[in-house]
Design a protein around this ligand. Structure first.
Ligand SMILES: NC(=O)CC[C@H](N)C(=O)O
Length: 331
């Protein structure tokens, strides 16, 4: 660990919380984008809410703005469910059903890899529904409890599902049901269609806060062990594989831009959350429900860009501090 006196004064003075406060101030004024409304219940969110939280692998948690406000995890669940499936079923079994190539298409695109008849990757709906199918086959009637337990272990507190959002999506999710039927027809989905989409809609309806996303991110950054509780949430090998797919596919058809500008593995959800992972250092969670045309949170993207620039988080950035990142921000 470097001597604190070698760290520039301005960074020492502000600490992680100060960095967040500045970033929040620089990004909070953008009111562009719109709430997701294809799941009717999501259109009821307060569009002005905004929070940024960070959790370190050494257990420090800081936040600014609406970091304790619950919202549904939505597609961020895809990354965690994939991690669980890799661990429970093994990588080969999962790879036989879902690929790891970016699709370049929207999250809800009705498109499979023509060569293999598999969905492109587990971060778009087709792949995520297939993963939910694998989990529902593996765990039967207990599948949602298993998922909720693991998500809770990653967040370090008992999470619950929002029944109203679940029902809203279950009643209107015809496109996802259609995707599931096509997956079944293509042979990618082994599970019963209704079981697979039921688990998928339930996992998407789990309530989290920006702070939870930060702690979940820190759990992934800490290769599966929650740094606050000390308990293992995910297997090491599964975390490695999940972060790889988050890096290349986590932001749907914005994944290339994200890797270019921000340069950390991340996953977004149409509830307005983004979870980012600074490997071996930090988890970052943002919440702002106005989305861009690709379904990613507008201010969430701005906050991540700002933090990546400010802190040198991009994996290939010459200012990336690697393992001395946290000591640079120690007060
Ligand atoms: N991108 C998302 O967050 C989509 C999740 C949502 N439950 C859906 O399948 O449509």
């Amino acid at each position: 660990m470097p001597d604190v006196s070698s760290i520039p004064e301005n960074e020492r003075v502000y600490g992680l919380k100060g960095v967040l406060e500045h970033s929040f101030e620089r990004t909070r004024h953008d009111a562009s984008g719109a709430l997701a409304d294809y799941i009717p219940e999501l259109a009821k969110a307060d569009p002005d809410r905004f929070g940024i939280a960070m959790a370190s692998v050494s257990g420090e948690v800081v936040g600014v703005g609406d970091v304790d406000l619950p919202f549904t995890i939505q597609s961020i669940s895809k990354a965690l469910a994939y991690c669980l499936a890799l661990e429970a079923l093994g990588r080969d079994k999962v790879l036989a059903h879902v690929g790891v190539e970016p699709s370049g298409d929207a999250f809800n695109a009705i498109v499979f890899d023509a060569l293999s008849n598999r969905p492109f990757n587990p971060m778009v709906n087709a792949g995520a529904i297939t993963v939910s199918g694998l989990l529902s086959e593996a765990f039967g009637a207990e599948a949602f409890e298993v998922v909720l337990d693991r998500f809770s272990a990653a967040a370090g507190r008992r999470l619950v599902m929002d029944e109203t959002v679940f029902r809203s999506e279950a009643q209107t999710g015809h496109r996802n049901r259609g995707i599931a039927h096509l997956l079944k027809c293509a042979g990618a989905l082994g599970a019963d269609v209704d079981d697979a989409v039921d688990l998928y809609f339930r996992q998407c309806s789990i309530l989290v806060t920006a702070t939870d996303l930060a702690v979940m991110g820190a759990t992934l950054a800490n290769i599966g062990e929650n740094p606050l509780t000390g308990s293992a949430a995910f297997a090491v090998e599964a975390v490695r594989n999940t972060l790889s797919v988050m890096f290349t596919c986590g932001m749907y058809d914005f994944a290339g831009n994200w890797a270019f500008d921000v340069g950390v593995p991340a996953k977004s959800g149409v509830g307005g959350g983004i979870l980012g992972v600074v490997n071996r250092q930090l988890g970052i969670g943002t919440y702002s429900p106005r989305l861009d045309a690709k379904g990613n949170s507008v201010r969430g993207i701005s906050a991540f860009r700002d933090l990546a620039e400010e802190m040198g988080l991009h994996v290939f950035d010459p200012t990336n501090r690697g393992s001395s990142l946290l000591s640079a921000y120690r007060r």
